[in-house]
Design a protein around this ligand. Sequence first.
Ligand code: 3HC
Length: 300
Amino acid sequence: MNNTIQKVTVIGAGTMGNGIAHVFAMSGFEVTLVDISKDALERALDIIAKNLTRMVKKEKITAEDQEKTLNSIKTETSLSDAVQSADLVVEAATENVDLKLKIFRDIDANAPGNAILATNTSSISITKIAAATKRPGQVIGMHFFNPVPVMKLVEVIRGLETTDTVTQSIMQLAEKVGKVPVEVNDFPGFISNRVLMPMINEAIYSLYEGVAGVAEIDTVMQLGMAHPMGPLHLADFIGLDVCMYIMKVLETGLGNPKYAPCPLLVKMVDAGKLGVKSGEGFYDYSQGVKQKRVSALFSK
Ligand code: 3HC
C-alpha cells in the first residue's frame, strides 16, 4: 500500500475538480488535473488563480504561495497518461454511473498497482464503482463540499471492501490538506446527502404547497437555524438537476417513496431552470447577482 502520497491526479476540471486540485496543490502536492476539454482546463486554472488571489487579498496566503500553488498544477487531456505515476487519483467527473464505471476501469488499467483510487461522487455507490476495478480494497469515497477551498468537511466513504489501511491513509491525507475527515459507510446519500437533500426537498414542497414564499423559507432557515444559505438558495447553488438526481438515488436505493423528488423540483429541471449554472432557479442570477424571481413555474 502507498503510504507516501505525493502525486495526485484529479479527474474532471469542473467546480469540484478545480477546487480539489486547488487544495491539494496549496498543501504541497504535485497535481495533475485532467479533462477531455482543453477549454475546461483553461477555465479551471483561471478559477483557481482567481480564488488564490482572493486568499492573497485576505492575507490567508502570500503571493509566493499563490505562485507555488499554480506552478504545482499540470493539466492533461489524456487520462491514461495522467494516472501513469499517480499515488492517488481523485475522480470528480460528471455524476453519471456508466461514465464513472468506465473512468474507473481506465484508471485501474493505467495507474500504478499501489495507487489509491478515490471518487468525489455525491451519491453513487462506492462499492459498485470499486467492483469495476481489480483493486476494490483500494477504492474509497472522498466527498468534498462546494466551495472546496472553504468547506472544512471531507466525508470519507468506505465501500464494502475498502481496507482499513486505505481508509486511514485517506483520513490522514484529508487532514494534511487542512480538512476535517469523517468516516461513514457506503449507503445511498452517505450521511451528507441523506440528511441535506430531504431538507431541501421539504423546503421545495413547502413552496409548492404555498406554505410560504422563496425568500420567507430561506430567511426562516438562515435566521432561525443559522444556516449560511437558505435551502432554496443552496439548491440553486448545488444545481437543481443534481438535487433531483440525488433524491432519486435515495428513493430507489432506500426503497422508500418518502424520498421522491417534489413535483416542483422535477418541473423546474424539465424547464431547464437548474439554478446558478443556468442563470435561473428559485432565484434569478442572470445579472450576476442573486435576485428575486416571479414565475408561473411556481404555481401548481
Ligand atoms: N475559494 C476560496 N475562498 C472562497 C471561495 C472560493 N471558491 N468562495 C468563498 N470564499 C471565501 C471568501 O473569501 C470568504 O472568506 P473570509 O471568511 O475570510 O472573508 C468566505 O469564503 C465567505 O465568502 P463570501 O464572504 O464571499 O460569501 P458568504 O459569506 O456569503 O459565504 C459561502 C459564501 C461560503 C458559499 C456560504 O454561503 C456557505 O457556506 N454556504 C453553504 C455552502 C454549502 O452548504 N456547501 C455544501 C453544498 S453540498 C455539496 O457540495 C455536496 C454535494 O454532494 C451536493
